[in-house]
Design a protein around this ligand. Sequence first.
Ligand code: DX5
Ligand code: ZN
Length: 221
Amino acid sequence: MDVTISASVLAGDPGALTWEARRAKAAAADLVHLDVMDGRFVPPISFGQETARALGEAVDLPLDVHLMVEEPWHHIASFAAAGAHLITVHAEATPHLHRLLGEIHQAGCQAGVALNPATPVGVVAHVLDLADLVLVMTVNPGYAGQTFLPGSVEKLNQLRSMLRGVSRPPRVGVDGGIDLGTAPLALGAGADFLVAGTAIFGAADPLAAVAALRRGHTPRA
Ligand code: DX5
Ligand code: ZN
C-alpha cells in the first residue's frame, strides 16, 4: 500500500492557515489534516467548521478532520457540509463507536477512529471492517511538536496482528511526533498513513521532507 502523508496545519502559522494549506499542497502532501479541539477532550481550543470550509476552498487537497472533541456526534454533519473528506473521531469520546462511524459514512465521508496512547487496540476490534482508518496517537493529543512515544511501535504491531484476516482492513495511521527519525519506525510496524506537522511546516524544504517521510528514510545529500 502506498504511504499517505497528511499535513497537520496545527504546526503552521495559526494566522495564515490557508497559506499553510497551500504550502502542504506545494510540498506534495496527500491531505490537509485539521486538528479540531474543543478545550474539553484536550486542553486547547483550535479550529471549527468555518476554518475547514476556508481551507477546503483555498486548496485542492482532501480535508482530513481529526475531531479531538467530546460528544463528536454533534459535529459530523457540519464538518461534512464544510467539505471534510475524512472525519476521525476518538474511541474514547463515544460509547457507540460502530454507530458513529456509520453516521460519518452516511454523511458522505470516510470514517476514522483515533486511539489515545492509553487506549488499547482491542477497543476497535468490532469496527475493523467498517473504519477506513485507525489512527494511533503517538503522542498525548492536544499539541503539535511533541515527542513520539516509543510504546507506539508495539501498539502498531498489535494492530497489524488484529488486521490479519479482515477482508476490508482500514488504513493504519500514526499522529504525533512523526519525523524523519520516527517515520521509519511507524512504517516498519505497519503504518501506511502518516500525519506530520512540525516535520513538514518546520522544514527548510517541505517538499523534500514529505518525500523523505513517504520513503521512510532521509534523502541522500
Ligand atoms: C496532536 C495532533 C497532531 C499534531 C501533529 O494532538 O493531533 O496532528 O498536530 O503535529 P506534530 O507532527 O508536530 O507532532
Ligand atoms: Zn491530529
